[in-house]
Write a new protein. Structure first.
Length: 346
């Protein structure tokens, strides 16, 4: 199997050379070219036809987001953004980037090499499996919900749980933007580095009709509200206190390689809400959340999985579907509509 051909776009000479040296240590990776700005990157893409590009956002002559906006409609390419703690990363994802890593604040060579080998390499390998058709669609116009949705009067005992990974920030937005204030309380795990989940929650809160915030222990799960698990070393679980749904956010070991883990959330929803829950599993590499979704279905919950044709990476939904955890398999643009249809029957 030939190595994954990578183009590194980074304006810092020192960091660029460090990236090349460490990426090339992996036999599955070959850095075929480097560029210090988008104009050099454009020429390198035409000449070398890389499989994946790593991209800094802050670049001379043209920033990375503008470059993505110009590049993706004509030349869709899996891109992993290397970003400082900034909400600009979500503009990059909206412009078509597959995923991102948080640029480490440390300057020590050993820590930087650890970041490259244990974080960036993983993201590059995942990005290399992303479907080009979905990358191009992400850069196109936003999807529009087909038909108005309305939820008949429901009690506060229903709950919606969503899990996603690679490609999930845009997939979650595609679903949540079509939720109205009548939607039951929503809890979400999206694999993301610490610090970024707070910015992502604020971004959704500004763009959607529901209220969105990063979760904290004791937050109530209320209709028209969305709670997003904080990135870092804590898992989010659903609990019931005095008959009211709340979340508990506590440190814990990685599950399926992740913290927070979709599996942990779904397992807790299965135990606490049982048949009063609806679980949704979206695009992402691996199988995190699949067994938890199955536990939800066995507990009487309804479940939805994103279909292969609209996933950036058809990993988590595929594992869930293959083990019988998915009751309804839907295209991304139809998931909100199916959610309302199912909730109206509960």
């Amino acid at each position: 199997m030939r190595p994954i051909r990578v183009l590194v776009v980074e304006d810092s000479l020192v960091f660029r050379e460090l990236l090349v040296q460490n990426l090339n240590k992996d036999p599955a990776i070959e850095v075929v070219a480097t560029a210090k700005d988008p104009f050099e990157a454009r020429d390198a893409i035409i000449e070398h036809k890389p499989d994946v590009m790593t991209l800094d956002i802050e670049l001379p002559r043209m920033n990375g987001i503008e470059f993505l906006q110009k590049l993706m409609p004509q030349y869709p390419l899996p891109v992993v953004v290397i970003s400082a703690l900034s909400d600009k990363v979500f503009d990059a994802l909206n412009a078509g980037a597959v995923d991102f890593v948080a640029k480490p604040s440390v300057t020590g060579r050993a820590q930087l090499e650890d970041f490259i080998q244990n974080e960036l390499l993983v993201k590059i390998k995942i990005a290399s499996t992303a479907k080009i058709s979905q990358i191009k669609q992400k850069a196109a116009a936003a999807q529009v919900l087909q038909g108005a949705q309305a939820l008949t009067q429901k009690g506060s005992d229903l709950i919606v749980a969503i899990g996603a990974s690679t490609g999930g920030t845009e997939a979650i937005f595609s679903v949540v933007k079509d939720f109205g204030p009548d939607i039951p309380g929503v809890v979400i795990v999206q694999h993301m580095p610490p610090g970024f989940t707070s910015m992502y929650a604020k971004r959704l809160d500004n763009q959607c009709r529901v209220q969105v915030k990063e979760a904290r222990t004791g937050d109530r799960v209320l209709p028209g509200h969305v709670l997003i698990a904080p990135g870092g070393d804590e898992h989010m679980r659903l609990v019931k206190v005095n008959g009211v749904y709340q979340v508990e956010v506590k440190p814990g070991p990685r599950v399926n390689g992740h913290c927070p883990s979709v599996e942990v959330l779904f397992d807790s929803v299965a135990k606490v809400a049982g048949p009063k829950a609806l679980g949704i599993i979206l695009t992402g590499m691996g199988g995190d959340g699949a067994k938890g979704l199955l536990a939800m279905r066995k507990a009487g919950a309804h479940t939805i999985g994103q279909d292969e044709s609209t996933c950036v990476v058809y990993g988590m939904p595929k594992v869930a579907y293959d083990i019988g955890a998915v009751e309804y398999q839907e295209k991304l643009q139809d998931i909100a509509k199916r959610t309302y249809a199912v909730l109206n029957k509960m």
